[in-house]
Design a protein around this ligand. Structure first.
Ligand SMILES: Cc1cc2nc3c(=O)[nH]c(=O)nc-3n(C[C@H](O)[C@H](O)[C@H](O)COP(=O)(O)O)c2cc1C
Length: 188
């Protein structure tokens, strides 16, 4: 097997899409984000990378709260629309039906998983910002829960492949993390 050098750049990766939500001047707005990560689990913290100028980010700065909504594959078109059109140019407040929790952050009713967050800080990079929030609550559709735990295939998250910007769905369950490694034995 030969390795092909692809050069410096974003590697081909499959990333889950989330819809970042906020309230701008009292109206909900959302934009899809592929560059996100969990930062800690206790307390639960999440980070989302945005370009310097994002309408959704303005709402986060205004209210100090935001939501992270995980769309399923059936929501691909409206999710993509929110990534093509900026709130600076169009009102996206009616794209999704929303509900609210304990914060001002609007959450998307149709998303099987949503989280409301309080802004902790914004970390400034040269071309982007890392928006860091504390997750204060997570909401799940009861239909995707199996004995109280979310089922990945029922959640059906919308995945994004960086190479060629293509959406995918999840594949199959191939084993349990922190367990199947116990079967592994190193080559001598
Ligand atoms: C699949 C997809 C993934 C995206 N990922 C990001 C991202 O990680 N960070 C970002 O700043 N913008 C990302 N964008 C672009 C924004 O969602 C887009 O510019 C959006 O229209 C911004 O909306 P706003 O200005 O109303 O906040 C993505 C767009 C798409 C379609």
């Amino acid at each position: 097997m030969n390795k092909v050098k692809l050069g410096a750049g974003v590697p081909p990766m499959a990333l889950p899409i989330c819809l970042l939500g906020s309230l701008v001047d009292g109206k909900p707005t959302f934009c899809p984000i592929a560059w996100s990560t969990i930062i800690d689990d206790e307390p639960p913290m999440i980070g989302l990378v945005t370009a310097k100028k994002r309408y959704t980010k303005d709402g986060i700065v205004q209210t100090g709260t935001f939501s992270v909504n995980i769309p399923n594959t059936k929501m691909a078109e409206e999710t993509d629309y929110c990534g093509i059109v900026s709130g600076y140019d169009a009102d996206k407040s009616k794209v999704f039906e929303t509900f609210s929790g304990e914060t001002e952050a609007p959450m998307i009713l149709d998303c099987p998983i949503t989280a409301e967050c309080k802004l902790e800080r914004i970390i400034d990079f040269e071309g982007t910002d890392l928006i860091v929030g504390k997750i204060v609550n997570v909401y799940a559709d009861d239909e995707i829960l199996d004995q109280g735990k979310a089922d990945a295939l029922k959640m059906d998250p919308l995945m994004y492949f960086t190479n060629g910007s293509i959406y995918y769905s999840l594949g199959e369950n191939i084993g349990k993390a922190f367990k199947i490694g116990k079967e592994f034995s190193q080559h001598e």
